[in-house]
Design a protein around this ligand. Structure first.
Ligand SMILES: CC(C)(COP(=O)(O)OP(=O)(O)OC[C@H]1O[C@@H](n2cnc3c(N)ncnc32)[C@H](O)[C@@H]1OP(=O)(O)O)[C@@H](O)C(=O)NCCC(=O)NCCS
Length: 135
């Protein structure tokens, strides 16, 4: 059964501007440790890919925050919602800390998809009750 859905569109130029203004501190605010390492590697090789990576993470986290119905309010935080990757390349949500405890206690699971094109990154997220909770 569906618990909630969420979507977000992010202007990549705004992410670029925030990075230009605040530097790595902006990425550190949005990304988990694992994501930050990926972002640093991508940015070093090709800065534009780093910006796109950050923008898709930003939009996926916002989409997730809407799907769980909290928005960016505790226990939802940028860094406790990590967008991981399966071996196939499919994005997956990995939660940490208080957010993970809150989410698991409700018996929820999440699905997310992201995309980007020229100036925009967009994400869609579905949160459902896990199979074990089905009657
Ligand atoms: C949900 C949230 C993250 C999205 O904000 P945003 O990126 O500025 O705006 P978007 O256009 O992407 O989304 C806005 C829509 O999100 C939806 N939304 C708002 N709160 C929501 C919630 N708790 N759960 C699900 N959806 C929500 C609404 O439909 C809203 O549209 P509306 O204003 O026309 O009603 C934001 O509203 C929020 O949580 N703010 C509270 C905390 C905050 O201000 N944190 C600062 C973070 S830096």
């Amino acid at each position: 059964m569906i618990y909630g859905i969420g979507t977000d569109i992010c202007d990549i130029r705004r992410i670029q501007a925030s990075l230009a203004r605040h530097g790595e501190r902006f990425a550190e605010k949005i990304l988990s440790e694992v994501e930050l390492t990926t972002w640093q590697m991508r940015s070093q090789r090709w800065p534009e890919r780093g910006v796109r990576y950050l923008a898709t993470r930003f939009s996926a986290k916002e989409a997730f925050s809407k799907a769980i119905g909290l928005g960016m309010r505790m226990p939802m935080t940028w860094r406790s919602c990590e967008i991981g990757k399966l071996p196939s390349g499919q994005p997956t949500i990995v939660l940490h800390g208080e957010l993970k405890i809150w989410f698991d206690a409700k018996g929820l699971s999440a699905h997310v998809t992201v995309t980007d094109e020229t100036d925009y990154a967009a994400s869609f997220c579905v949160v459902e009750y896990s199979d074990k909770n089905r009657l």
